[in-house]
Design a protein around this ligand. Structure first.
Ligand SMILES: CC(=O)SCCNC(=O)CCNC(=O)[C@H](O)C(C)(C)COP(=O)(O)OP(=O)(O)OC[C@H]1O[C@@H](n2cnc3c(N)ncnc32)[C@H](O)[C@@H]1OP(=O)(O)O
Ligand SMILES: O=C([O-])CC(=O)C(=O)O
Length: 370
């Protein structure tokens, strides 16, 4: 038995949800470019869960359900109030999602209908949890959700208490569309492994949040912004990047396990970063990002992934840096739960093997003789 490091190239599941063959990303057969230009996040979530685009009535029904489920229990709000003010935002989200299960009367119901309701409930409640955490740590009261026409609108409203501008809602909505699913990425795989033991949907999502947190995966968007802030100016970029590459350090937001010729989502985020920068009169982060791309692609041949330009997009929307990965989780929740439902439909325990490389034939030595 020989191990494949990082399971590279191993096909570990059949799935009809999304595909990234030949550098083309599709959700249920729809090209991401088409969806990014035309679909809303709610249409995409419906597509992932139900396998088809919704008609008007179906979409309105989903939006109603999201509005109905958005409030979270006082017990969970009170727990969030006990979190340290400097808690890591993804750790806070992971803990709060785990708590949500305790107050969901359907948590133990494993029927498909109940699991679908839980998926929609989680989709509705993740933004509420993140916004509540963000306000509570600033010493403010959380803002209860109000009837909104989209997850993006609802989240931005709960974060600030102000009705968000149309341009901000549309930008966040497009970012959510772009992040919704991505075949067997690490967090989705973690979710599928967890529920393949016939554990519940909350356990699967909690595992996924833990996996998304890491900087080699979803955590890279925050790390990109930390880098941009550290570099500070366009003039500093060249020296910073050349030094990092000479020291064989990784540049966050570049490279991908599967895409070697570029991530099809990055161009959409680049365009948004530029447009939002122009609109707000602050193109600094965009210009720095373009310069970094030029150098990293020029010197290493590495292309930006989905996390690279999303950093400047979210910053231009005035979203705090440590909420970038939680926002990724809001979007990817739709994909995670679609995969969890798919896993349950045709389940088998996921249990690979390890290539043993440790010592053999050891003789037990009593504790006094060690
Ligand atoms: C939503 C997402 O999860 S997208 C990915 C987000 N993650 C990041 O942006 C973090 C930075 N990127 C990386 O760490 C990697 O490219 C990953 C984790 C995304 C993919 O990793 P892998 O397929 O395992 O590639 P691996 O890390 O083995 O890299 C292969 C080679 O490219 C180099 N490399 C890969 N990414 C980078 C990078 N971002 N900067 C500099 N060098 C890099 C590695 O150092 C390695 O070089 P070597 O062969 O000389 O040792
Ligand atoms: O697929 C991956 O390995 C990572 C990724 O781009 C994603 O999860 O969106």
């Amino acid at each position: 038995m020989t191990a494949t490091k990082g399971l590279e190239g191993i096909v570990a599941a059949e799935s009809s949800i999304s595909s990234i063959i030949d550098g083309v990303l599709t959700y249920r057969g729809y090209n991401i470019d088409d969806l990014a230009e035309n679909a809303t996040f709610e249409e995409v979530a419906y597509l992932l869960w139900y396998g088809k685009l919704p008609n008007r009535a179906e979409l309105a029904g989903l939006i109603d359900q999201l509005n109905e489920y958005a409030p979270i229990s006082n017990e969970v709000i009170n727990q969030i109030k006990t979190y340290p003010k400097d808690a890591n935002s993804m750790a806070a989200l992971r803990t709060a999602v785990s708590s949500l299960a305790l107050y969901d009367a359907e948590a133990g119901d494993m029927s498909r209908e109940a699991n679908l309701r839980k998926a929609i409930r989680l989709q509705a409640q993740l933004p509420t949890v993140i916004a509540a955490f963000s306000r509570i740590r600033e010493g403010k009261e959380p803002i209860a959700p109000k009837k909104a026409s989209s997850v993006a609108e609802s989240f931005l409203y709960m974060l600030t208490g102000k009705d968000p501008e149309k341009v901000a809602i549309e930008a966040l909505d497009k970012a959510l569309v772009l992040h919704a699913d991505h075949e067997l990425n690490a967090s989705t795989f973690a979710a599928r492994v967890t529920v393949a033991t016939l554990s519940d949907i909350y356990s699967g999502v909690t595992s996924a949040i833990g996996a998304l947190k890491g900087p080699l995966h979803g955590g890279a968007n925050e790390a990109v912004m930390a880098m941009l802030e550290e570099v500070g100016t366009v003039e500093n970029v060249e020296n910073y990047i050349s030094t990092k590459l000479a020291n064989k350090e990784k540049i966050m937001g570049f490279g991908h396990r599967v895409y070697k010729n570029g991530d099809p989502r990055a161009k959409h985020l680049l365009k948004m970063s530029q447009e939002l920068g122009k609109m707000t009169g602050n193109l600094k982060w965009f210009e720095m990002s373009v310069k970094i791309e030029e150098l990293v692609t020029g010197q290493k041949g590495l292309k930006p992934n989905v996390d690279f330009y999303s950093a400047s997009v979210y910053t231009t929307l005035e979203i705090p840096r440590d909420l970038f990965t939680p926002i990724f989780a809001i979007s990817r929740l739709s994909g995670w739960t679609a995969h969890i439902l798919e896993q349950f439909e045709n389940n088998r325990l996921i249990r690979p093997r390890a290539e043993y490389t440790g010592p053999t034939h050891q003789k037990y030595v009593s504790i006094d003789q060690r």
